[in-house]
Ligand binder design. Structure first.
Ligand SMILES: Cc1ncc(COP(=O)(O)O)c(C=O)c1O
Length: 374
């Protein structure tokens, strides 16, 4: 079949390449790597992901339900707060649950105890070591609401807590983990004697070229030997890193006061919000950044938000109306963050296998837009 436009295209071979690297880490380091659904939740791929990874982690009731019903295995939950009315249902899905504060633990402790060991509780701590420059993505920023501080644990860990969790990285290398662990061990190392598992969170971009896998393996092995705890990692981005693209089409070309814009059938605001939020400039196939004295094309999104554009790109061949524009690496986070702002059509979703067979997973229509409005 031909791929419609616009369309997110998951490339199975690339996904499998990421997953086999992660399986290698699990085997060499003796740890578990679970999928953070907030980063990648394309459930038609779960039968593939499940071949390599033993479970998922969720930040809400719906993610936990998806993990339980469509993935299976271990289902972890780690949310800043839990809703009292959702807790009974949530506990039916999870095997492990992490609390973000001592008061959340106190509030739900009796419900966990009633599960009689079926659900293992943990506390999220904040190592207060910062490796992330952008505050929007930095759980270690001063005063962060994410994770219990060492001062709050001066009396040790509360009775009943079986695990510790920290998440303080974002698209980081193993060297960042090494530095974080040094602070973590200094402040919280003594608490590891009281727990049986330690979750090192996400933000480990293990599948990025150049990631120091040997260092990661060594760090995990050292932790296991030193503290006798089982180790988990819960990356999202690393699973679907460079595992697919978003294909769009040029609908129009406009030039205003010397600025040339290609008008597309996708929106940065609705379909690639991180490009505006983070912000970051995605790689576009067969295009490059302009040289200092060169004029490139802006890419214009299809909503009427004034800032729904990105620049600038110089193309190998100047795009004409009807030509495709391909945004690389659009599987992690992009797909889970799309909206139907402005009522613009949501891109379809396809999967491409190693033999180049294309499967249409989903198309979206008016009913999808309308159903969210009433
Ligand atoms: C608690 C927690 N775990 C895991 C992740 C996944 O991180 P990443 O997709 O950067 O690996 C996040 C991302 O924000 C998170 O907040």
């Amino acid at each position: 079949m031909t791929i419609p436009s616009p369309c997110f295209v998951l490339e199975e071979e690339r996904l499998r390449a990421n997953l086999s690297l992660l399986r290698g880490v699990q085997e060499q380091a003796g740890c578990k790597i679970i999928l953070a659904l907030k980063g990648f939740a394309l459930f038609p791929t779960f039968p593939i992901v499940r071949e390599y990874l033993p479970g998922t982690t969720s930040s809400s009731l719906y993610e936990a339900r998806l993990g339980h019903e469509d993935f299976g295995g271990e289902v972890h939950a780690c949310a800043p707060v839990y809703l009292p009315q959702e807790m009974p249902e949530l506990l039916g899905y999870v095997s492990h649950i992490t609390f973000n504060s001592l008061s959340q633990w106190s509030r739900y402790r009796s419900l966990i105890e009633a599960e009689q060991g079926r659900v293992s509780p943990a506390l999220r701590i904040n190592p207060e070591h910062s490796e992330v420059a952008t505050d929007l993505y930095n759980p270690g920023a001063p005063g962060s609401r994410l994770g219990v501080s060492i001062e709050e644990l001066s009396d040790g860990l509360p009775e009943g807590i079986e695990g510790l969790h920290f998440h303080s990285l974002c698209e980081c290398g193993a060297d960042a983990l090494e530095r974080t662990l040094a602070t973590f061990e200094q402040n919280f190392g003594h608490l590891l004697q009281q727990v049986s598992w330690l979750n090192l969170g996400g933000g480990h971009l293990i599948t990025r070229e150049g990631y120091d896998v040997d260092l990661l393996v060594r760090l995990i092995r050292d932790l296991r030997t030193k503290y006798d705890v089982s180790i988990l990692l819960e990356p999202g981005a690393a699973i679907a890193w460079r595992a697919g693209y978003l294909t769009a089409t040029v609908l129009d070309r406009v030039e205003r006061r010397g600025i040339k814009t290609l008008m597309l059938d996708v929106s940065f605001s609705a379909h690639m919000p991180d490009c505006l939020e983070m912000p970051y400039k995605p790689t576009v196939r067969s295009a490059r950044d302009p040289a200092p004295d060169e004029q490139g094309w802006r890419l214009g999104g299809m909503t009427c938000l004034a800032g729904d554009w990105l620049g600038d790109y110089v193309f190998e061949t100047e795009p004409q109306i009807g030509d495709p524009i391909i945004f690389e690496d659009m599987m992690h986070y992009t797909l889970v963050k799309t909206t139907m702002f402005n009522g613009v059509a949501h891109p379809a979703i396809c999967m491409r296998d190693a033999e180049d067979n294309i499967r249409l997973v989903r198309e979206f229509g008016y009913a999808d837009y309308r159903s969210r409005m009433g």
